[in-house]
Design a protein around this ligand. Structure first.
Ligand code: SF4
Length: 363
């Protein structure tokens, strides 16, 4: 860690161990300027990174930077946070808004695609801007513009929509908001009688685990049933700090599930995926979804072929217990839910055929 601090700017060199554990310090000292990446950008050309970051900004917490072992694209942490010119190769003609979210917003930043649940995008800020993010189109837009007014409109819409029983609070990363701001929002949602369940989507346990404080857990606990979905994509991200953050949430009665994204060169090998899933089970985080990478603009270099994803999951299905197994899914705009890709599995279909006589008994 000392080595890393030396490479970062002066404020990091002088940081104390207390600073390092303080989420506000980590957030304030995120690496957002290319020059601060000196010695960390590996073989990536600085001008190239600057040009990409002017379209899709960069932000990396010192903590997440410290998880990099090799400063090149082969490193799974480096590849997830350091910009590459591949992000601005738009020749593949894919969509800026692949899930068609912008056309399903009855009020600003509230997506209502499925009848019983809605997604509230409560900020455009993240602790780390993940290079594979399917909402990277929001990063360069102004942040935190009158959040209060935004939240009021959301709450009014949800209160007037009795079919909504679950609200997913996402962003950006909602846990980059201060406790008091988040508390107001959660209280407003909890006051709506037909909202049964709240869910927070946050990568904070992975990229800024010190954000999970006792105060935060105490506050979140008051709004249960509240679920937290996070996004570990590689076993290297399961550190003692991350495990501790998840444990604190679990101790507060908040179930923590994981939604990985299948990323080329990062977690698309059966061995790495198996280590990730087993590692999550060891820290009591339930692998929930493995998302096939959406066809979002700026992410083409991370996308794999769904067939190879199915083949990888087939191998894993045979080796891991059910508690370790996420559903491998594709999010499709216009569909009534996420589509499980295991239905494409030839081995599964063969198994079903082999046991057809068993199913026939139930006819
Ligand atoms: S934390 Fe989530 S919303 Fe933010 S950049 Fe990463 S994937 Fe996207």
């Amino acid at each position: 860690m000392k080595e890393l601090r030396k490479k970062l700017d002066r404020s990091c060199v002088n940081a104390t161990a207390g600073d390092w554990r303080d989420w506000r310090w980590q957030f304030k000292n995120r690496v957002t300027k290319i020059d601060a990446l000196d010695g960390l950008a590996g073989n990536r050309n600085k001008d190239e990174i600057k040009a990409v970051a002017s379209v899709y900004p960069m932000a990396i917490t010192p903590y997440y930077l410290s998880l990099i072992q090799e400063h090149n694209e082969k490193d799974p942490v480096f590849a997830q946070c350091v910009p590459t010119s591949l992000e601005t190769d738009f020749s593949t003609g894919i969509a800026e808004d692949p899930l068609d979210e912008d056309t399903h917003m009855p009020v600003p930043k509230l997506v209502h695609r499925y009848p019983d649940r809605c997604l509230a995008m409560v900020t455009e800020t993240c602790a780390v801007f993940c290079r594979h993010c399917n909402r990277k189109r929001f990063w360069s837009r102004p942040n935190h513009i009158n959040l209060k007014a935004r939240f009021q409109k959301m709450i009014r819409y949800i209160a007037a929509s009795p079919q909504i029983r679950e609200v997913i609070i996402s962003g950006g990363d909602p846990l980059t908001l201060d406790d008091a701001v988040l508390e107001n929002l959660l209280a407003g949602l909890r006051d709506i009688p037909h909202v049964e369940v709240l869910r927070i989507g946050s990568r904070v346990p992975v990229v800024l685990p010190m954000r999970v404080t006792k105060d935060l857990c105490r506050m979140l606990k008051r709004f249960r049933p509240l679920w937290l979905n996070t996004q570990f994509n590689h076993p290297r991200e399961i550190t003692p700090e991350a495990a501790r953050a998840c444990q604190m949430l679990l101790d507060a009665g908040i179930p923590v599930s994981n939604q990985s994204v299948l990323l080329k060169g990062i977690n698309d090998s059966p061995d790495i995926m198996k280590d990730l899933l087993r590692g999550l089970q060891k820290i009591s985080v339930r692998p929930y979804y493995l998302f096939h990478c959406d066809p979002a603009r700026g992410c083409a270099h991370f996308r794999t072929d769904p067939k190879s994803g199915v083949a990888m999951m087939e191998k894993i299905w045979r080796q891991c217990s059910g508690l370790c197994l996420p559903q491998y899914v594709l999010d499709v705009p216009g569909s009534s839910g996420k589509i499980p890709l295991n239905i494409m599995s030839p081995a599964l279909q063969k198994d079903l055929k082999k046991h057809q006589h068993y199913f026939d008994k139930f006819q």
